[in-house]
Design a protein around this ligand. Structure first.
Ligand code: SF4
Length: 271
């Protein structure tokens, strides 16, 4: 009897099924983090199998993400602030993995445009095309952004285009507040170096991260706000993201965006 029980357990183990004999519980450290105080999942090995799960197939363990201590993968704020050109900033941060988005990117998307642009656009984060090419706004939304810029008689190479996060969020989801805030120090240094006269926020994420407003972009768009970067106050115009305009391609939506961009252009002309 004992022999057949042992053989059955060995067979279940080979198939990756937890045995009927309960495994000894893994000790949980009294200082172990809980789901309430860490932003990322805790590995399942921290918990002993219970009677409901012991016959379930083993699943792949989820790893706790930790910010790297390597200064190349997680550049210290002082190193970022010491960068006195966009090229120096790019070199300093292009291997960043300071938030979970870094590990899965294809290409780092720094931003591009005139280093002395008076109008700077800030989007949410790279999408699939941007991740492949390493450039911001190059897909369908990018083509529409180019048209939006042309509609106010400006050129793409006259403005600067960047995003709140420089690596693509999986499945194009919204970056989490932790990811956005980790990357924001780079965007702020970029703004500091470019010194634009106006910032145009594309969509809800730059509005949330730069202004701290979580209200719907459709309600807030078209109204001036102020972003304070390194002691300098910069007018900020929130407008709709080109991807939203593509989904809601109505005359009213396009007119609303055009009016927002026109207001931004008037602002730089009046300064
Ligand atoms: S999104 Fe920003 S903070 Fe996160 S890994 Fe990429 S560059 Fe670093």
């Amino acid at each position: 009897m004992l022999t057949s029980l042992r053989a059955w357990k060995e067979t279940l183990d080979e198939l990756g099924v937890m045995g009927i004999v309960p495994e000894p519980p893994t000790k949980i450290s009294p200082t172990a983090p809980t789901s309430l105080n860490v932003p990322f999942p805790i590995p399942q090995t921290a918990n002993a199998p219970d009677s409901r799960t012991r016959l379930m197939p083993r699943t792949k363990e989820t790893h706790v993400w930790e910010a790297p201590s390597d200064p190349v993968k997680n550049p210290p704020l002082q190193a970022v602030e010491n960068c006195d050109t966009l090229d120096a900033l790019h070199s300093c941060i292009c291997q960043c993995e300071a938030c979970p988005l870094g590990a899965d990117r294809i290409k780092f998307v720094f931003g591009e445009g005139s280093p002395t642009a008076r109008m700077m656009f800030v989007g949410e984060g790279p999408g699939r095309d941007e991740d492949i090419q390493g450039r911001p706004f190059v897909g369908r939304a990018g083509a529409l952004l180019d048209k939006m810029i042309a509609s106010i008689e400006m050129r793409r190479d006259e403005v600067y285009i960047a995003n709140v996060v420089k690596c693509r969020p999986p499945d194009n989801r919204t970056p989490t507040p932790v990811e956005s805030q980790t990357c924001l120090r780079y965007l702020k240094r970029q703004i500091e170096l470019i010194q634009p006269t106006v910032l145009v926020g594309l969509g809800a994420t730059p509005l949330r991260e730069l202004i701290g407003i979580a209200a719907g972009i459709t309600k807030i768009r078209g109204s001036w706000h102020i972003v304070s970067v390194a002691g300098r106050e910069i007018p900020f115009m929130p407008t709709l993201h080109p991807a939203y305009v593509l989904r809601q391609y109505t005359k009213e939506v396009r007119k609303a965006v055009w009016e927002d961009l026109l207001a931004a252009k008037k602002k730089i002309e009046s300064e």
